[in-house]
Design a protein around this ligand. Sequence first.
Ligand code: NAX
Length: 327
Amino acid sequence: MPSKSVRVSITGAAGQIGYALLFRIASGDMFGPDTGVHLRLLELPAALGALEGVRMELDDCAFPLLASVTTTSDVDVAFEGTDFALLVGAVPRKAGMERADLLNINGGIFTAQGKAIGKNAAKGCRVLVVGNPCNTNALICQHASGLPAAQIFAMTMLDQNRAMTQLAQKAGVPVRTVKNLAIWGNHSPTMFPDYFHATIGGKAVTEVIPDQAWLEGEFLTTVQQRGAAVIKARGASSAASAANAVAKTVRELVSVTPAGECFSVAVPSDGRYGVPKGLVFGYPVRSDGKGCALVDGLTHSAYAQEKLAVTIKELEGERDGVRHLLG
Ligand code: NAX
């Protein structure tokens, strides 16, 4: 018998990430073997039929930790009393659509969902935005929800995992020996996977892989362009690896980060590291299980600072494009 339970809302639950994610949550992969899970699944009305099929499959797994499943297209029902809101559903960019159009269409979704979270969620509810452009969608959601900055997150864990594996494969070591790989900035090709402060087997990455041309070249572009490479190869965007990253992010948020370690997530900036206050920015953070703190006191080389400036500029541009939604 689980000793406690948690309410988790997932939007876009019938989508491809949703399909990979729900089973991970219901199996206990996110909150552990002592926590029962109530799933509240939000979809567009047109996808409720498909979602019903997913619910049947959840039933057919007979997961001992799955306490209940609610399916709905009503945001108020979806976020009622929720402890964790995982905002996965978003409108993808279509041919001929400008980035500004994408920001505005999704802006409408994240404003409505943010308001519903503010109105219905449990006190202390944490929100993780996955749907792209996730950093700016999180910014919109924060404003609409009125939630404190400390409860808003956007996902950069998939980028962290991608970068860790590239480094491990280059060094010929198990990926578990790679630590403290932080993704700075936007979840977009301008992100900066910070290998300077990461370690492999306790040593600096630059010591284990003294190939600066590879680190500044192939490594960086492979990580930054990995999403596009998966689409090209698979004919569909990353789904299982994205769901895995959602599960890992929430696990990190609800656990105490081991001493000397950190993980990547985007949070509303308080101005540190020269990032304009309010931008939802990828940082290395540490968790005490209830709240997160930025890793302080890291110094960036001129090269890294240049990379940070590019991703800051992109996020400022996105914020300026949705300023009318941040009133
Ligand atoms: P899918 O198109 O397979 O699924 C999205 C689902 O969201 C659909 O079922 C759709 O009906 C639903 N939806 C759309 N608007 C909704 C709304 N207003 N309320 C409720 N549901 C709604 O996309 P999928 O592959 O699952 O990707 C979901 C999002 O994750 C996309 O925006 C994608 O770009 C983003 N990603 C973010 C990543 C990250 O690291 N932050 C990585 C993976 C992924 O690319």
